[in-house]
Design a protein around this ligand. Structure first.
Ligand code: ADE
Ligand code: ZN
Length: 326
């Protein structure tokens, strides 16, 4: 028996959260009004009805459309502070959030506007909730290498505020190899590296992420389980996997949470963590993910302790900061 207060109170880190994916419909409407942007929805209910996806691309089309209401530094600040408050209420003491600069720069929103808004939101959240936050800048893999390099160039003056780079968006047809050079440049600049792989893509994409992107952490990784040697390698290398159960369900990566591979991952000795991915779109924040796994009989109280501990071990906190969290 796992009590809800146990899930809530156990300190945890969230390592896979797209800040644009935390845009709740209510805030989407408020920002659309504030910025006089038209969105193809009449009401919050209308928006929620549209969140019915068959795959990753269905979701991404709506996610990029929703992000169009984000125009000013204040908008990014409001987006970020809403997520930090919600995460803190779930017992999240540390979070490493993704942001997608190209989603905004391709619409004419300057990189600096995004950074100024996010950083002021982070400062406020630290003061209000005592939560610590690191930033991971993701490259959109459906765009080309030149665009990723241009984004990396725009980030130059902000590098001291960015902990790592990531790779997200449409996985199939966009293997990690496409971004080997920009990831190498990021590594040379002292940044950590993560990549979405094995969410919809084959195990070979996970191997590429390891060998060609030199990742420090694997986002999703579900399909790695199809390859026993790869699974053994991930366990041997103590690679952290940022697993997102409700996302997997909504995007039809799994047909039912009863078939979610989290327990097989744990049994294989993988360093699994639980995360919400895009909580506004997938029906829940981090604790909703834990609750759903408990309800499906997938994780025990001991597993939750392991998962929470893994979230700190897999974080990019420096040892002196890590020591204050565990
Ligand atoms: N961008 C936001 N959420 C994503 C996901 N689950 N996979 C790939 N790209 C994303
Ligand atoms: Zn993701």
């Amino acid at each position: 028996m796992v009590h809800d207060t146990f899930i809530t109170n156990i300190p945890k880190a969230e390592l896979h959260l797209h800040i644009e994916g935390s845009l709740e419909p209510e805030l989407m409407f408020r920002l659309a009004k504030r910025n006089r942007i038209s969105i193809p929805f009449q009401s919050v209910e209308d928006v929620k009805k549209a969140y019915n996806f068959n795959n990753l691309q269905d979701f991404l089309d709506i996610y990029y459309a929703g992000a169009s209401v984000l125009q000013t530094a204040e908008d990014f600040h409001d987006l970020a502070t809403a997520y930090f408050a919600r995460a803190a209420a779930d017992g999240v003491t540390h979070t490493e959030i993704f942001f997608d600069p190209q989603t905004h720069t391709t619409r004419g929103i300057p990189f600096d506007v995004v950074m100024e808004g996010l950083l002021s939101g982070i400062a406020e959240a630290k003061a209000q909730h005592g939560i610590s936050v690191l930033l991971i800048m993701c490259f959109l893999r459906h765009l080309d290498e030149d665009s990723a390099f241009a984004t990396f160039k725009s980030a130059e003056k902000w590098i001291p505020h960015i902990s790592g780079v990531g790779l997200d968006s449409s996985e199939l047809g966009h293997p990690p190899s496409k971004f080997a050079r920009v990831f190498a440049a990021a590594g040379s600049a002292g940044l950590m590296r993560v990549a979405h792989a094995g969410e919809e893509g084959p195990p070979s994409y996970v191997v590429e992420a390891l060998d060609l992107l030199n990742i420090n952490r694997l986002d999703h990784g579900n399909r790695a389980l199809e390859d026993a040697a790869l699974t053994a390698r991930l366990a041997r290398e103590a690679m952290t996997l940022t697993v997102c159960p409700l996302s997997n369900l909504k995007l039809c990566v799994v047909d039912n949470l009863n078939n979610h591979p989290v327990n097989r991952m744990l049994d294989a000795g993988l360093r699994v963590t639980i995360n919400s991915d895009d909580p506004a779109y997938f029906g829940g924040y981090i604790n909703d993910n834990f609750r759903a796994l408990v309800a499906a009989g997938k994780v025990s109280r001991e597993d939750i302790i392991t998962l929470a501990r893994n979230s700190f071990l897999g974080s990019f906190l420096k040892d002196e900061d890590l020591a204050t969290q565990i």
